[in-house]
Ligand binder design. Structure first.
Ligand SMILES: [Zn+2]
Length: 263
């Protein structure tokens, strides 16, 4: 009899068949088992949070799964390492030399200089921040957010008219600011003027196709409120891949920097 007192997951019995939701441990790694009748082969997934899922066909023995997991050790290690490199770094930011900030889907390194008159600038691909401003987290954050609002408004200004023309809606006024948990919001005016679109400053960290999606999404609301069939028909006419972009935005949105700072 093996001493199993410290193991939550005793080794499988030779004839044990995997069951849905079961946890198996191989070489110190825990795998959550997902059984599918449609599968023929075993498969592994490294989830976003680093947890491991082992996908197995029905009737697969625990022994076979364990040997598969053991044989995939290299693959898992590579995946985990890759995921750590790409781990969302953008949830919390410091205003320190070398910190990465995103603009239009690209990474820009932060460089600290003495420039109190122009606290934030984009210079040769680097985001340049005044050193004294950076030293005060509140001031640094305000300067950065102001910069996103400013450059974002300029960028969006060049896109709104073409999109409005394409969608056959009057061009609204656009503003960029912090609008909380939404990427964009459209407010009609009482006198049937085109109204006002507000975009979240954080949107300008996304790649341009996603920003275009946010803009077009709000412009479509000039014609149709709500997200019913008519709304999507209008939006898809302008952006056929709207559903894919929405899914991408939902995913990226979970990890984008929203102004949180590390003190
Ligand atoms: Zn909407």
């Amino acid at each position: 009899m093996q001493p199993l007192a410290f193991s939550a997951d005793p080794p499988s019995q030779p004839d044990e068949v995997l069951s849905e939701g079961q946890i198996i441990t191989v070489d110190g790694r825990r795998f959550t088992v997902r059984v599918s009748g449609r599968r023929k082969r075993l498969g592994l997934t490294v989830e976003r949070d680093g947890s491991l899922t082992l996908r197995a066909p029905e009737g697969c023995s625990a022994e076979r799964a364990e040997s598969f997991a053991r044989g995939s050790r290299r693959w898992i290690e590579g995946k985990v390492r890759l995921q750590e490199q790409h781990r969302p770094r953008n949830m919390v930011r410091r205003f320190a030399e070398g910190e990465i900030f995103r603009y239009l889907g690209r990474d820009h390194r932060l460089s600290l200089v003495d420039a109190p008159a122009a606290p934030v600038r984009m210079l040769a691909g680097e985001l340049v921040l005044d050193r004294t401003t950076a030293a005060d987290t509140t001031a640094g954050r305000r300067a950065l957010l102001d910069w996103y609002c400013r450059v974002g408004l300029r960028w969006a200004g060049g896109r709104t008219q073409p999109w409005a023309g394409r969608m056959g809606v009057p061009e609204p006024a656009v503003e960029v600011r912090d609008i909380g948990r939404r990427w964009g919001v459209y407010r009609p005016l009482a006198d049937s003027a085109p109204g006002r679109v507000a975009l979240h400053w954080a949107v300008f960290q996304f790649p341009p196709p996603l920003i275009d999606y946010v803009i077009a999404h709000e412009l479509a609301h000039i014609k149709v409120s709500g997200h019913g069939t008519d709304y999507w028909r209008l939006l898809r006419r302008a952006i056929p891949e709207a559903s894919d972009l929405k899914a991408e935005l939902d995913e990226m949105g979970k990890y984008v920097w929203l102004g949180d700072t590390e003190s």
